[in-house]
Design a protein around this ligand. Structure first.
Ligand code: SF4
Length: 428
């Protein structure tokens, strides 16, 4: 059977979305593409964001392929599944405009948290919960009731599955990128200077911690590493296509047993890297290794400058703030861009935050202004505030967020006057 995998040309106007707006590799679709071939079926991939395609241009390509299944994600790349746009305006619009006879399949944070509402809102047939790399191809070969996390609607009503797809990361072989316009994707995620040619790869998925605000309970939750040699093969393949910077989309780069071997391998290659991590995973010796592996961008979630604040967010950080500062400064002496991210908490004193920011900035570490937390329906915070998510979860979270922070202030990378979710989703 034939699967059309489409990354829409995203538009975030009016949204509270605070992730990066540039195109990123749709790794969830690239992994599914290979799994579809492994299962004996035929995929096609259209990255309408990287290729800057309209719905009309995309529809022509999809119609020519005549798929049995049309798959569209509800967030732009796995990298942003944890902080997606709350609205499903774009996938809804793309499902409607691509139309056709194919079974419409949505994947992403919305189908994971509120599958019935997401299916209804987007007018699609199937919503997969959890990670879909392996469950997408199963739609062609298994009864849908036997697929983990498969929800669908038919003439007898809505069928909602309790399970969540969890991918066997060791089974994800090295991507070839023969199906991907590596040359057109130049964005270097989280690099704010100079020029170059970026790519995004994934070494490990999930995270062993469970911070209150983190939207990862429904996907990318359990920590799993890929095979180091498969990832190094991908590194070599993108380097051969002109890439000189790789951003690892891992939730928390640096946790696993094999990351050291990966870094030693990268150190032998002519490529820079960047990622998100926790500073308490590193020490002077491993930060030296990062320097040797040409890490140029390291983003660290510190969240609060006090131990009480970090405890309230369930950060489970074993380091005190002085040691955190010391390591951030040590890292900055080896890595061009070191960033410490803060979250707006009641426990932190504004004057003390300013002093800490000034101290680190004097050593070249960039410290964010404390950003407001969105209670995403897949986060422990949502459950603490409202209980388990129901069909109105995204609307409830959005109303809470805009009511709480419209006076206190949004992040400077967000729309300052976001529209309501209802208005955004009705606009198409
Ligand atoms: S350490 Fe990072 S990825 Fe892990 S739970 Fe906390 S915020 Fe999420």
């Amino acid at each position: 059977m034939k699967f059309a995998l489409v990354n829409p040309n995203w538009d975030f106007s009016g949204s509270t979305y605070f992730g990066c707006r540039d195109p990123h590799y749709p790794l969830e679709l690239l992994f599914a593409f290979d799994k579809i071939i492994e299962d004996g079926h035929e995929p096609m991939l259209v990255d309408a964001q990287t290729d800057n395609l309209t719905t009309e241009e995309t529809k022509r390509r999809v119609d020519a392929f005549a798929p049995d299944f049309l798959v569209i994600p509800t967030a732009p790349s796995y990298l942003f599944w944890r902080c997606p746009p709350p609205e499903v305006r774009i996938p809804k619009e793309w499902f409607a405009q691509l139309g056709g006879k194919a079974v419409k399949v949505a994947i992403g944070p919305h189908t994971s948290a509120t599958p019935a509402a997401a299916i209804r809102k987007m007018g699609c047939d199937v919503g997969l919960r959890g990670e879909p790399d392996q469950t997408i191809p199963e739609l062609a070969s298994k009864g849908w009731a036997d697929i983990v996390g498969c929800c669908w609607r038919d003439e007898s009503g809505m069928h909602v599955a309790p399970g969540l797809g969890v991918t066997d990361m060791k089974s994800l072989k090295a991507l070839t990128f023969e199906n991907y316009n590596v040359e057109a994707h130049k964005h270097r995620h989280h690099v704010f200077w100079g020029e170059g040619h970026g790519a995004e790869l994934e070494f490990a998925r999930g995270c062993p911690w469970s911070c209150t605000f983190c939207n990862k309970t429904l996907f990318r939750n359990k920590f799993r590493e890929r095979d180091v040699d498969a990832v190094l093969a991908e590194v070599d393949r993108v380097i051969a296509r002109g890439v000189d910077y790789i951003y690892f989309i891992d939730e928390i780069f640096g946790v696993g047993k094999n990351v050291r071997r990966l870094l030693e391998g990268i150190a032998e290659r002519n490529v820079n890297i960047g990622f998100q991590t926790r500073i308490d995973l590193w020490d002077e010796e491993t930060l030296d290794l990062l320097g040797r592996a040409r890490c140029i961008s390291m983003e660290c979630g510190i969240e609060s400058i006090t131990e009480e604040g970090r405890d309230e967010l369930n950060k489970n950080c074993k380091m005190n703030t002085d040691r955190i500062s010391e390591l951030l400064i040590y890292a900055k002496q080896r890595i061009h861009w070191v960033q410490a991210n803060l979250i707006l908490t009641e426990k932190d004193n504004k004057e003390e935050i300013r002093r800490w920011q000034d101290h680190l900035k004097a050593h070249g570490v960039w410290v964010s202004e404390p950003v407001p937390m969105f209670p995403f329906p897949g986060s422990p915070l949502y459950v603490q505030l409202f209980g388990n998510p129901d069909d109105d979860a995204w609307e409830r979270a959005h109303r809470y967020y805009t009511k709480t922070f419209s006076d206190k202030g949004y992040s400077d990378i967000q729309e300052q006057k976001p529209a309501t979710l209802e208005d955004l989703e009705c606009a198409c």
